[in-house]
Write a protein that binds this ligand. Structure first.
Ligand code: GUN
Length: 283
């Protein structure tokens, strides 16, 4: 039976680190850091995520602003909102919840956010910074995955890490962060031949494809660290990861649950990023 990597407990520690720093800023008479979250439309999953982000910001003592725009808002109006927030000296972080309605070009929206306020780490200049090894804002989910891996105390140097999924938000950046720790990286995807055999090589297996229960126990190397980034909604309404927890937890050394694994870490690292943007802006 594997050890559980408790993202809920670790995220509470990370949020408390941010809370302590915010309290110190306030005690020194500093301006309170401010996160602005923009949501377009009424996607129920996005509404839950956004509510949790705002709640987390409030918990840490930061100011949070929620801008809720109607589904039919034009791309120009959204871009104008972002430009206004870029210019607003009291705002440190800007997050536009994805996905956006089809009539809005996500790439244009991400490009419009000032890189200095890009708490998601999605702007091309932050992405370039990640790949060039510069000091930049890292995307929240990959940074949260690394913090979970660090909590195991396992040295990743020389280990084989298999990342299943090649998205810009998770798969590619998490692979780069693992590479930075001198792990040997395989990025697997929907066209990978014999996915089971590839996954069985992994000392660290990160699943980020959005397919419920894709990774089963027979695909896991005994003792491996298994990180489940998937959040899939089953027909009965339950949440389920990309990893079949029941079979994989019999084989893995460490495993993240869903819910309560990577999800809360994403939000905690968003708080870290907001504080970091604040600190960079005032220095
Ligand atoms: N939608 C799903 N994940 C994310 C995320 O990390 N950031 C934003 N902005 N939207 C998302």
């Amino acid at each position: 039976m594997s050890k559980i990597l408790d993202g809920k407990a670790l995220s509470a520690i990370v949020k408390d680190e941010v809370k302590a720093e915010v309290a110190e800023i306030v005690a020194r008479g500093g301006r309170v850091p401010c996160l602005c979250v923009i949501i377009v439309g009424e996607n129920p999953a996005s509404q839950v995520y956004v509510r949790n982000k705002v709640k987390a910001a409030e918990y840490t003592g930061m100011e949070s602003r929620l801008v809720a725009l109607p589904e039919g808002v034009s791309e120009d109006e959204l871009l104008a909102q972002i430009r206004a927030l870029n210019e607003d000296a009291s705002v440190d972080g800007i997050l536009v919840q994805l996905p956006l309605p089809k009539h809005i070009d996500e790439e244009k929206v991400i490009d419009a956010i000032s890189p200095a306020k890009d708490v998601d780490g999605f702007h091309p200049s932050n992405v370039a910074g990640l790949w060039l090894g510069k000091d930049c804002i890292l995307p929240c989910t990959p940074a949260g995955v690394m913090r979970l891996l660090d909590s195991t105390g396992v040295d990743l140097c020389g280990k084989t890490a298999v990342v299943v999924g090649r998205s810009n938000i998770v798969g590619k950046p998490v692979a780069k962060l693992l590479l930075d720790r001198n792990a040997t990286i395989v990025i697997a995807h929907s066209r990978t031949a014999d996915l089971s055999a590839v996954c069985r090589q992994a000392d660290v297996l990160v699943a980020a494809v959005g397919r419920a229960g894709l990774i089963t126990g027979d695909m896991v190397k005994p003792g491996a660290i298994v990180i489940d980034v998937g959040i899939n909604r089953l027909p009965d309404g339950r949440l389920c990861g990309d990893v079949d927890f029941a079979s994989c937890s019999e084989v893995a050394g460490w495993i993240t649950p869903v819910p309560g694994g990577v999800g809360p870490m994403t939000i905690a690292l968003l708080m870290k990023n907001t504080l970091r943007c604040y600190q960079k802006r005032i220095s």
